[in-house]
Unconditional design. Structure first.
Length: 214
């Protein structure tokens, strides 16, 4: 918090372009940094005491262009149907309306390739559902050739091969990006195409794992 006070004293004088940004976008990182350092030092103490073997690394800076995101507090948010009001930006259309009824606690706007997503935390009062009692059990062996092998029936479950399917296109776009003049308009176009392709590969993998575990 002392570091945040120093930052607040000089931020607009040294970086006047911050006046065009929402305040939470450059204030919340200090809270995240404090949590990261607290977890880092607590992990060191736990490992010395033999309470855990899990290692939490030293906090590092986010790389620009990867995992871009910013935080918005609940008092700055407005949601109306399929519209979201973002400070300093105005009303933005959403692909779907908010599916939960309750108090919006916070939101994080993030970017993957050329698509923007908003993740909203909502406080809801949901009744507890009874746990489903499923008889029997099964061992699962994860492998390289097959996504999983079930011990009960020796059944092989094959996962998708999204990288293999688009490997030729991926190589072509990488060559195209390398030949473009860096930071030119065509360079950015190819970069966005490459980012979309990587995002699609990751989405297919996540979708198959989600469906399999469900």
């Amino acid at each position: 918090m002392a570091l945040k006070k120093q930052w607040n004293a000089i931020k607009y004088e040294r970086y006047p372009w911050l006046t065009g940004m929402h305040r939470d976008a450059h204030a919340q990182p200090f809270t995240n940094l404090q949590k990261a350092f607290s977890a880092f030092f607590q992990n060191i103490r736990d490992r010395k005491a033999g309470k855990t073997k899990r290692e939490i690394g030293h906090p590092t800076s986010k790389k620009k262009g990867k995992h871009d995101s910013f935080y918005i507090a609940n008092d700055k948010l407005q949601v109306q149907g399929k519209r979201l009001r973002i400070p300093q930006l105005g009303w933005v259309r959403m692909r779907e309306s908010l599916r939960f009824i309750g108090k919006i606690m916070a939101a994080v706007v993030s970017r993957t390739a050329d698509r923007w997503y908003v993740s909203m935390s909502v406080q809801v009062d949901l009744p507890s559902h009874p746990c489903e009692n499923q008889a029997g059990g099964c061992g699962v062996d994860l492998g390289m050739k097959h996504l999983a092998t079930l011990s009960a029936s020796r059944e092989h479950i094959d996962g998708p091969k999204p990288l293999k399917a688009v490997l030729v296109k991926l190589r072509r776009l990488n060559r195209e990006l390398a030949r473009r003049m860096q930071f030119s308009a065509n360079w950015y176009k190819t970069k966005w195409k490459l980012g979309r392709l990587h995002a699609r590969i990751a989405a297919i993998r996540a979708d198959s794992l989600h469906k399999f575990t469900t």
